[in-house]
Design a protein around this ligand. Structure first.
Ligand SMILES: [Zn+2]
Ligand SMILES: [Zn+2]
Length: 332
């Protein structure tokens, strides 16, 4: 009897304290496109964009799903209809079930390529449910908040709760030429779990950022900013970045796409920024306009390393570079 009790005690002491439930992000390397897998503490999954057409990106997304224990994409958000975001949908949807497709409506790009891309997406979408993204509405994932802040060229009409203060950085970001492309139609999201917040605006461009952030900041501050539009300089205005005031940024650039020195510098200069992580070393930039090597997931060619982020409701989060295991925890 005593032996049994002793054995039970040893077993109980050897069981690690139950890990806190986390909101998990996998920033998948799709070589200059976007694909971000989000897994809620309740186990529901949301994939934001699917990268380019073909085996490579679908395979990398499935690897991330496998790693996260995801067997079904509950929500697939298509930010906009460009090849590096929606191109991978047919390949991916043929390999893993998708519950609900979330998009901004019809494509505004009516040329032959635009039509072909949109038709291929519509065909894949016919196999699932569909949710039309509207600013001010939510994607219903239990345990976390997924707020739609931009879609179809529209932005929030009123600030998110707790946001709405004047934004002094607006004066440093004069409007640019209007953008008639799909980028300006991007579905933008603020994802939060307790005190943790992350902002992902897809490829939303400069003037729409101003609509969201000027004269008052409708989004409030964030812990993590996924750089808009791969770090191209027609997005990521100081008015957006300074007002978001992120502690960490993740740049989803490719080796030869995005990561523009101007956009990089805006993030780097943002007050309160502790680290800028990159999916790739930006080859066209100087080393001074790239993050330290240890924070870059891919420094060579076609390696497919990802960046992982685990967030707790306390606001604490941990980012890990899958290439070298470099990890950093950001205390609340
Ligand atoms: Zn893009
Ligand atoms: Zn785009």
């Amino acid at each position: 009897m005593r032996t049994t009790l002793l054995a039970m005690l040893i077993f109980l002491l050897s069981v690690p304290a139950r890990a806190a439930k986390t909101l998990n992000f996998y920033f998948i390397d799709v070589e200059g496109g976007q694909s971000t897998l989000v897994v809620s503490p309740s186990g529901e999954s949301m994939l934001i964009d699917t990268g380019w057409p073909g085996e490579r990106d679908a395979g990398r997304i499935l690897d991330a799903c496998h790693r996260a224990g995801v067997k079904r994409i509950d929500y697939l958000v298509v930010t906009h209809y460009h090849l590096d975001h929606v191109g991978g949908v047919p390949d991916l949807a043929a390999r893993i079930p998708v519950g609900t497709f979330v998009d901004h409506g019809a494509s505004v790009e009516k040329d032959a390529d635009g039509e072909k891309l949109f038709t291929a997406y519509e065909r894949a979408r016919a196999n699932g449910h569909r949710l039309l993204a509207k600013p001010g509405e939510k994607i219903p994932i239990s345990g976390i908040q997924v707020e739609i802040v931009s879609a179809a060229g529209q932005v929030l009409s009123k600030p998110l709760p707790g946001a709405g203060t004047p934004n002094p950085a607006c004066s440093t970001s004069p409007p640019q030429q209007a953008d008639p492309s799909e980028n300006a139609q991007s579905v933008g999201l603020v994802i939060s779990y307790g005190k943790f917040r992350l902002v992902d605006l897809g490829d939303l461009t400069w003037n729409k950022e101003l609509d969201l952030m000027c004269p008052n900041n409708k989004l409030g501050m964030t812990d993590v900013y996924l750089t808009s539009h791969h770090g191209l300089k027609i997005s990521g205005s100081p008015a957006l970045v300074a007002a978001l005031h992120p502690r960490a940024a993740i740049m989803n650039n490719g080796a030869r796409k995005g990561g523009d020195p101007e956009a990089w510098q805006t993030v780097h200069n943002s007050l309160g920024l502790e680290d800028l992580w990159q999916l790739h070393y930006a080859e066209a930039s100087s080393p001074q306009n790239n993050a330290p090597d240890e924070l870059i997931a891919n420094t060579g060619k076609d390696e497919g390393h990802f960046i992982e982020l685990l967030a707790q409701s306390s606001g604490e989060f941990t980012i890990t570079n899958s290439r070298n295991g470099k990890t950093k925890t950001y205390k609340p």
